[in-house]
Design a protein around this ligand. Structure first.
Ligand SMILES: [Fe+2]
Ligand SMILES: [Fe+2]
Length: 422
């Protein structure tokens, strides 16, 4: 059997790789091509390079439909980065009887004689050199002619057009919210979306904390905030939009007091009510489409929170869990809310245009204790719902019980009353 080895970072694998492997297979008369994602130094993995498991999974998805393509995780599973000679020796061990080929970019051909153990490599494999952008077959031929005779016998130039697709370009498209449709196989596209790969454009990749003074990240947040603000304006009546502006204002004030990231809370505030005025039919249809948890279906009014949280990812590439969780639970609350969640929830209740009975008390408490203010606010909400015989979300009760205890344990508190706010 004639077997070709195709190594690369594959970050992510794209149609250029697949076309290359196919042409190399035909031109080199190979029976099989083995894709081998390269191991990388650990410090490179994270912000710009996807985790090895993700790269491997994507290669498997991409190669899965061609029976002559195989995938090996040999390099990935090794602790240290390997030399080509180690890889081809491994290959020889796996396939002692077969004819082996190693696919490389034609641009690497000129340097090949200087590679570690170049002679030894060519005793084991034949090189299949494929044209690269800016380094076509003609260049490759010229370089080939310069090679020593014993090298030339073991190098074959593959005839194929140069393809101007690069993984870096694909990553930058994802970062700027552009489509990668047709650039990667559909399954790979789905995988990238599902796992939020390469989405550091808003400084919101979960594994990498945002550097607050990073100018680039600053500008990304500004763009994100503008986009969501415009979307809110589009979706809401002037009356509701004024409410949202008020929430932004109150949220920033509370954020200052309680040490919450102001940029993030602004984005959360603009986002929180974008679906607030949708018709019940639309809310229900969207909730079904987005797979919103059953607990929110207890009252149609509650659905606008989790829907807005999901739309953030879908429409704006915003997946920051701090923001999406706060938006998701801003109406009903939940057990063990974060400070960020409490700030949004409370800002929603006390923004300047709110006029319900008891709002002044909640406003006063807000700058004393988030929990006290929320306890009073939630008691009011629960009383209101009971009075009108409406269902109460269990999350609301869980949250309220937590704060009730905290407040009860604070003897200095004279502001709490039962059943206020109704
Ligand atoms: Fe809301
Ligand atoms: Fe609101």
């Amino acid at each position: 059997m004639r077997i070709g080895l195709f190594g690369g970072t594959f970050d992510p694998i794209h149609v250029g790789h697949l076309v290359l492997a196919t042409v190399a297979m035909e031109e080199g008369k190979l029976d099989r091509v083995i894709f081998m994602p390269a191991g990388l130094p650990p410090h490179k993995v994270g912000k710009h390079i996807a985790a090895p498991q993700h790269r491997l999974n994507m290669v498997k998805l991409a190669a899965g439909r061609e029976p002559r393509f195989q995938v090996s995780d040999w390099e990935l599973s090794k602790e240290e980065v390997s030399y080509t000679i180690d890889t081809v020796k491994w290959m020889r061990k796996q396939y002692p009887q077969d004819e082996l080929f190693f696919i490389i970019g034609a641009d690497m051909l000129a340097d090949f004689p200087t590679w570690h153990a170049a002679n030894e490599i060519l005793q084991i494999v034949t090189l299949l050199a494929v044209p690269r952008p800016g380094f076509g077959e003609l260049n490759a031929q010229q370089v080939w002619e310069q090679l020593p005779e014993h090298f030339r016998r073991r190098v074959q130039i593959v005839d194929m057009p140069e393809m101007e697709i690069a993984s870096t370009w694909i990553r930058s498209r994802i970062q700027s919210g552009k489509s990668i449709h047709y650039l990667v196989p559909l399954q790979v596209e789905d995988y990238i979306i599902q796992h939020h790969l390469y989405e550091y454009r808003l400084g919101i990749e979960q594994t990498v904390p945002v550097a607050a003074n990073d100018v680039l990240d600053q500008s990304r947040w500004i763009v994100c905030e503008q986009q969501i603000r415009e979307y809110a304006m589009e979706q809401l009546s002037p009356y509701r939009f004024r409410h949202v502006e008020g929430v932004v204002q109150s949220a920033v004030e509370l954020a200052k007091k309680y040490g919450v990231d102001e940029r993030k809370i602004r984005v959360a505030a603009w986002l929180h009510d974008v679906a607030r005025e949708w018709e019940p039919e639309r809310l229900l249809a969207e909730a079904d489409r987005l797979g919103i948890e059953q607990i929110f279906y207890i009252a149609v009014d509650l659905l606008h929170g989790p829907i807005a949280a999901k739309l953030a990812g879908e429409k704006f590439g915003l997946f920051d869990p701090e923001i999406t969780q706060a938006v998701k639970y801003h109406t009903c609350g939940r057990a063990a809310m974060t400070v960020f969640e409490k700030v949004l929830c409370l800002a929603d209740a006390i923004e300047p245009s709110r006029v319900y009975p008891g709002v002044d008390q909640v406003r006063r408490l807000a700058f004393n204790s988030l929990e006290k203010a929320l306890a009073v606010q939630f008691d009011g909400t629960i009383a209101y719902l009971l009075q009108r015989n409406k269902p109460i979300c269990v999350n609301t009760l869980l949250a309220r019980n937590e704060w009730w205890q905290e407040v009860a344990e604070t003897p200095a508190d004279g502001a709490r009353t039962n059943g206020n706010n109704s």
